[in-house]
Design a protein. Structure first.
Lengths: 379, 277
């Protein structure tokens, strides 16, 4: 049975996480994500889950990975500066293949920046924040309802692919309140666990047809080693170039080769569009409004919204780029996704950009003007 | 006895270890295994967590659920493991730099919370893995590759630091006095709440060479003569103890343990949410 409730985006994340089976949360207070920690501290004990406010962002990320290694679905939430601090351990979770969900409610940067102002300046940090070549899945909600559904999806993808998943929110969505229809009972995904004797001897062994290892959580009688060093199938450190290549390649491939399972987009009025707006997260709400206003003024505009923002939905955008005259990327930064757009479009149509770095929101009017003007640079 | 412990608790195919000849870490790793054996712990319920550095390679050699984490963060990872499954016996193996420099914040806060972890510090007074830089426990005036004119920092006493931060059990052991150190580790594991055993070990390769302390034998002899078990120290005069370090319990208190407190919190929260039921 679904039910209709009034929720804030940050609150909806916690509802989604609990529905997905989250039973551990570690965090550190930071605007504008703090309501997620507050709500988690209130709700988790009622579900026999654990909440802890750690001494800093780094230890929050570490505790989340530890709890997940013990078999409990775990999440943390933060914002720009805190997201930077978590990066080393996010890389650890990538390499050791321990599922977890990281929520980044973006705020205006760089540095301490404008703590209460919206921004989408962490788009590239979500992709390349941790060092080394690594896989990334990042999802970006555009409504309170999506805060719920994409948090569930973030957990499902994280368990399935045994990798950290980033819910890349922004202050607009985190603090937005709207009525949402919460689904009834959902069936969350669980991480693969293999009983194959070969896998018991070699916990990081990948059976035929699988993408990820299937070791049991700590405490269930299977003894194995987890490390952030390049490791072999037994989970032991190795300096072998071949083992390093094989491991890192598989980590990248498990996401890249499952693109179709991971990537989702929203298309709005794209069928006959000659001007396509590419926009994600909270800013996409203004873009949708601008599409409607452009249509009313006789301009055939459409919206392409990456819901999965990493991997970038390049296949879908490339297909559309053959049908439109112009693509306008609108983001709340100085043009981070715009480069991905250019890479995906490969010169098949004209591209332009509208962005903002002053902490104020991008309005439908500004987008409409950019659509009409056909301007190349919104800076 | 040692070989029996190896068969029972070590991943024999991963041995020999990477530690230098004369390093005290192997003795301390054995002490941890001995303590686990003496207490008759269920192997399935033991998780060994380590950070980064020479000390932290121990996790890989020990046949339990082991997790070799990021530099300084072992206690934070261990906190998540213990919270997620309080029935686990979570033992952290860390070094002086890992625990008290980069991980110092996690150390004091875990002590303050009194979460039921046992932290065994392999304290060699130097950064060994990176080649001999001075650490927070390098004595004043000693040399390291980054202290070519002598260290001017004042060192931490890790056991006292943890006790000051509220650790309910803190103790000091060493590499030479095996029985004493095993006993302290056992007390730490059996203790309900946060327990730390700061174990002074020897690094002849870097600390010893840089500071002209002789080889492994001379460094062990130094521990034998200058580190005094508490029961012996109790019979000595203050003149006799001048310049010596006492091995033993530094703090032992009965404070509420975090995961038990959380279980009570869950019951309280449910009762409140249940309202008039």
């Amino acid at each position: 049975m679904s039910k209709r409730v009034l929720l804030q985006g940050n609150e909806a994340v916690v509802e989604g996480a609990l529905a997905a089976g989250m039973r551990f949360f570690a965090g550190y207070p930071i605007t504008p994500s703090t309501e997620i920690a507050e709500q988690a501290s209130l709700r988790l004990p009622l579900c026999d889950g654990h909440f802890i406010q750690m001494e800093d962002e780094i230890s929050s990320m570490a505790a989340v990975i530890g709890a997940s290694a013990a078999g409990v679905k775990s999440m943390t939430a933060t914002s720009g500066p805190g997201f930077s601090l978590k990066q080393e351990n996010i890389g650890y979770a990538c390499l050791s293949e321990i599922p977890c969900v990281i929520v980044d409610v973006q705020r205006s940067g760089p540095s301490t920046g404008l703590p209460t102002s919206p921004s989408q300046g962490d788009y590239m940090q979500a992709r390349w924040g941790t060092h080394g070549d690594h896989p990334v899945i990042a999802l970006s909600p555009s409504s309170v309802g999506e805060c719920y559904t994409l948090t569930v999806r973030a957990f499902d993808l994280s368990e399935k692919y045994r990798t950290p998943v980033i819910l890349l929110m922004d202050e607009i969505i985190g603090h937005l309140r709207e009525g949402v229809e919460l689904p009834g009972k959902i069936t969350p995904a669980e991480r693969p666990v293999y009983e194959d004797p070969e896998c018991l001897r070699h916990p990081y062994h990948i059976p035929e047809g699988a993408w990820v290892p299937g070791m049991k959580p700590f405490g269930q009688g299977e003894f194995y080693n987890v490390t952030g060093l390049i490791h072999d199938e037994e989970g032991f450190p190795t300096n072998s170039n071949e083992a390093a290549r094989r491991l890192v390649r598989r980590l990248l491939d498990k996401i890249e080769k499952n693109y179709d399972d991971i990537v989702t987009v929203e298309e709005f009025m794209t069928e006959d569009a000659d001007t396509l707006i590419v926009c994600f997260g909270g800013t996409a709400r203004a873009a949708k409004e601008a599409v409607l206003e452009a249509r009313a003024a006789g301009v055939r505009a459409g919206l392409f919204r990456p819901v999965t923002v990493w991997p970038f939905p390049e296949k879908e955008l490339f297909a559309l780029s053959g049908r439109v005259k112009r693509i306008l990327t609108v983001e709340h930064n100085d043009g981070q996704m715009a480069r991905e757009v250019e890479r995906a479009v490969r010169g098949r149509c004209e591209t332009a950009f509208l962005g903002k770095i002053d902490g104020s929101v991008i309005t439908p009017r500004e987008i409409l003007e950019a659509v009409k003007e056909g301007r190349r640079n919104g800076k | 006895m040692a070989s029996e412990l190896i068969g029972k608790y070590m991943r024999e195919d991963k041995l020999p270890h990477i530690w230098c000849p004369g390093c005290g870490n192997g003795i301390l790793m054995r002490d941890v295994a001995q303590a686990i054996d003496d207490l008759g712990l269920d192997k399935r319920k033991v998780v060994i967590v380590s950070g980064i550095g020479c000390s932290s390679r121990a996790a890989g050699y020990m046949d339990f659920n082991t997790i070799h984490t990021t530099h300084g963060r072992a206690i934070a990872f261990a906190t998540g493991i213990k919270m997620a499954n309080p029935s686990l016996e979570v033992i952290v193996i860390t070094g002086d730099g890992d625990a008290s420099a980069i991980g110092g914040n996690h150390l004091i806060h875990a002590a303050r919370r009194n979460i039921g972890l046992t932290v065994v510090v392999f304290n060699n007074s130097i950064y060994g893995m990176t080649g001999g830089q001075y650490s927070p426990t390098t004595p004043r005036g000693d040399y390291g590759t980054t202290a070519p004119y002598g260290n001017i920092d004042r060192p931490f006493d890790i056991a006292q630091l943890a006790a000051g931060a509220g650790a309910s059990f803190a103790a000091r052991g060493d590499a030479y006095h095996v029985q004493k150190t095993v006993d302290l580790i056992k007390k730490g594991i059996a203790h309900k709440g946060f327990a730390i055993i700061d174990c002074l070990t020897v690094c002849p390769t870097y600390y010893g060479r840089k500071n002209k302390k002789g080889g492994a034998v001379e460094m062990m002899k130094f521990q034998k003569e200058n580190f005094i078990p508490e029961e012996i120290a109790a019979r000595m005069t203050s003149e006799q103890l001048a310049g010596k370090r006492v091995l033993g319990v530094v703090a032992n208190n009965d404070y509420p343990e975090l995961t038990e407190e959380y279980a009570a919190l869950i019951a309280r929260a449910k009762e409140r949410a249940g309202g008039g039921k």
